[in-house]
Ligand binder design. Structure first.
Ligand SMILES: [Mg+2]
Length: 231
């Protein structure tokens, strides 16, 4: 356990949502229906949204969303309602190794710090952490939805990571930080922030199947959180 700062993504890394691509597709579909968009994206196009950063309003307008400023608010509300329902049905749950590994890192004698870096809305993240009893393990968390335009801070932007590292007074000459995430966007964000990037492949989904072809490569690839203890 050579790192001083452990940063974790939530969905697909700590939280099992099944096939995240399919889950997100369903929410997108319902969001577009609610916003009465005339031209919702097809499967290939929608990936533009997640990598658009500052340009996402243009992407949404292109797809016929008349009031793109409302988009994430509507999306987050649908996401939140679904999660609550699916958690009750036990279709969304924490991966088995999460509680113990977070506890181990949190109680490590070398005073390691943990943070959560999520692209989900803050109230969803808060709800999930409380629901699964892991709130106290995290010294800091970064999530979205505090103001209407903050999607630009979402990974693959490194801004959230940098903000948290700043709070930790991270000094790369004295300590090491790692981000663990299940998607390409986690890896890009970590490398842009100049920290170690660890890809976790819980299961092989379309989103991580071709990870060896990604332009920006992770420093580590693991199959479960246990392996983190040996890095
Ligand atoms: Mg994820």
């Amino acid at each position: 356990m050579n790192f001083n700062f452990y940063l974790f993504d939530l969905d697909g890394t700590l939280l099992n949502l099944g096939d995240i691509g399919a889950y997100v597709d369903q929410i997108l579909k319902e969001t577009f229906t609610k916003l009465e968009a005339s031209n919702p994206p097809n499967k290939d196009e929608k990936y533009k949204l997640w990598s658009s950063e500052e340009d996402f309003f243009d992407v949404l307008r292109e797809w016929g969303v008349k009031n793109p400023h409302n988009f994430w608010k509507v999306y987050d509300e649908i996401d939140f309602n679904w999660r609550k329902e699916l958690i009750e049905k036990k279709k969304i749950f924490l991966y088995k190794d999460v509680y113990n590994i977070l506890k181990k890192i949190h109680h490590h004698k070398n005073n390691k710090k943990l943070a959560l870096i999520s692209n989900a809305a803050y109230y969803i993240v808060d709800f999930i952490l409380e629901k699964f009893n892991i709130t106290s393990f995290f010294h800091e968390r970064f999530s979205l939805g505090y103001y209407i335009n903050d999607q630009e801070l979402a990974k693959p932007s490194p801004k959230g990571i940098l903000k948290i590292l700043d709070k930790f007074q991270y000094d790369p000459s004295k300590s090491k930080a790692i981000l663990v995430g299940d998607s390409k966007y986690d890896i890009i964000a970590a490398k842009k922030a100049n920290i170690y990037a660890c890809l976790i492949r819980r299961e092989i989904y379309t989103s991580n199947k071709n990870h060896k072809k990604w332009e920006i490569q992770p420093d580590f690839v693991i199959g479960g959180l246990n392996e983190l203890l040996y890095l």
